[in-house]
Design a protein around this ligand. Structure first.
Ligand SMILES: Cc1cc2nc3c(=O)[nH]c(=O)nc-3n(C[C@H](O)[C@H](O)[C@H](O)COP(=O)(O)OP(=O)(O)OC[C@H]3O[C@@H](n4cnc5c(N)ncnc54)[C@H](O)[C@@H]3O)c2cc1C
Length: 439
């Protein structure tokens, strides 16, 4: 097995974005220098995804001198390759969180999740980020037996959290909203939305640069040493900082063993079809909302601004991507949309995300002046953006909201950072088998 640090290089070319629809339609290319020599700053941030970029921006807005180190390019990781869905709530339903953590903590988590979506739209507005933000996520039940639960959950959100932007969708309406026989009902959440993820990341980076953040690309951090001043080492340079933020998510490898024991990297894949006419596109998804279904290995799809179907589905638990990603994802796409048999697939790409055992993010102080935030478990567009905000608050002396996450006490994976992998493969394979066999 490859060491997980190799995920930074296993499936990609150094300094080059994934061959995605997003990189082909990026608003700009970034060309920051690599770090050479020794520099100092208040806060060193490792990782140029939403976690790192938003930490850097919010810290710079508070007057900190920030250096951000990224192994490839800004937005190169999951933040530049994902499904673009800006979902409500946490990765786990509120009913589960209430049982696990009690009503009061669950409520704080809901409120933070609401703020996470607002953080996304606020950044878009404040910095004029052109990333095609569009409201609406449709949750589609692939089993009839799930439909009553969807109805109850909508009611629960309304009554317990006063959330009125979501409503139940019955079977007939569902078949009008999505041109597929696969779904029996669900809910539509107009408080959620979807966007072009890479352009969103590039927009935050531009805002951070404007606030004075120094960004270094093609700079892989090899190690760090703690203390009152943290020393962060890359191949050709060193950063001495008062604080360190790790925002490496699925690409962390063994840079920090404690963080690594709490998260598991998994790969997920997306394809983009040829562009469709307005009528063809609307026959697939009538209202231009994003769709996420109820399968264990979730199918998620939406239309791009130029009316391609962007379809995500298929996970693998090895480190290498499948040789033919287009064929790999086309299969679940045709299960949902058999009418696309002849559609051309223009792009296919993969990315790596981090999950935790209980699918809630892992926020921790690794030392008084070293923080990590990761493990958004496929729900990180909004949550990783918010992470930067609460990290900036914590470094600035107000850790109350960081604590709401830290107090989740996310457990480590059984087997620590070495044995977790085979155990996870077993568990995941079992759940996806259940999906396929329908029990
Ligand atoms: C295919 C796919 C689809 C997804 N769909 C959705 C979705 O629709 N909605 C949703 O909410 N979430 C989704 N996610 C998850 C979401 O993309 C992530 O949760 C989020 O982007 C995490 O942001 P991040 O900044 O923490 O990590 P990343 O964006 O992965 O950034 C981490 C960065 O750290 C850098 N790095 C790592 N180690 C080092 C090092 N040693 N030195 C220097 N740099 C380093 C990497 O190069 C990388 O750029 C999806 C993920 C994938 C892969």
């Amino acid at each position: 097995m490859l060491s997980s640090l190799d995920l930074l290089t296993a499936n990609d070319t150094k300094g080059v974005h994934a061959p995605s629809y997003y990189s082909a339609t990026a608003n700009r290319q970034t060309h920051h220098p690599a770090l050479e020599g020794d520099i100092r700053c208040d806060v060193c941030v490792v990782g140029g995804g939403y976690t790192g970029l938003s930490s850097a921006l919010y810290l710079a807005e508070r007057g900190y001198d920030v250096v951000l180190l990224e192994a490839h390019r800004v937005g190169w990781g999951a933040s530049g390759r994902n499904g673009g869905q800006v979902g409500s709530g946490q990765r786990m339903d509120q009913t589960v969180l209430e049982q696990r953590h009690g009503q009061a903590h669950a409520k704080l988590l809901w409120e933070l999740a609401e703020e996470s979506k607002k953080a996304v739209t606020d950044l878009i507005t404040a910095h004029g980020i052109a990333c095609d933000y569009t409201p609406g996520i449709l949750h589609a039940d692939h089993r009839k037996s799930f439909v009553p639960e969807s109805m109850e959950y909508v009611e629960h959100l309304r009554l317990t959290y006063g959330y009125d932007k979501i409503r139940f969708v019955g079977g007939e309406e569902m078949s009008e909203m999505v041109g597929s026989p696969a779904y029996h009902g669900g809910s539509i959440d107009m408080g959620a939305g979807h966007l072009h993820p890479l352009n969103f990341a590039l927009g935050i980076a531009e805002a951070a640069e404007a606030k004075g953040v120094r960004i270094f690309e093609e700079t892989t951090v090899l190690s760090y040493e703690g203390g009152d001043t943290v020393t962060v080492k890359s191949q050709y340079g060193t950063v001495q900082a008062k604080h360190l933020v790790l925002g490496c998510n699925g690409y962390l490898g063994r840079l920090d063993r404690k963080t690594a024991a709490h998260v598991m990297p998994i790969n997920n894949f997306v394809i983009a079809t040829e562009p469709f006419s307005e009528d063809e596109a609307r026959a697939l998804i009538r209202d231009n909302v994003a769709v996420a279904d109820s399968k264990f290995v979730i199918n998620y799809f939406r239309l791009s601004a130029d009316r391609r179907l962007l379809f995500g589905g298929g996970e693998n638990y090895g480190y290498r991507f499948p040789a033919d990603i287009k064929a790999f994802v086309r299969k679940p796409m045709l299960e949902i949309f058999p009418q696309l048999e002849d559609a051309r697939i223009d792009y296919g790409w993969g990315g790596t995300l981090a999950i935790t055992p209980k699918r809630m993010p892992y926020f921790a102080h690794l030392a008084p002046n070293v923080v990590t935030a990761t493990g958004y478990s496929g729900h990180g567009v909004a949550m990783a953006t918010l992470a930067g905000k609460v990290i900036a608050e914590a470094i600035d002396g107000t850790a109350a909201r960081f604590d709401v996450f830290e107090k989740l006490n996310v457990p480590a994976f059984p087997g620590g950072d070495r044995l977790r992998f085979p155990l996870l493969v077993l568990a995941m394979s079992w759940f996806s088998l259940r999906d396929r066999l329908g029990f």
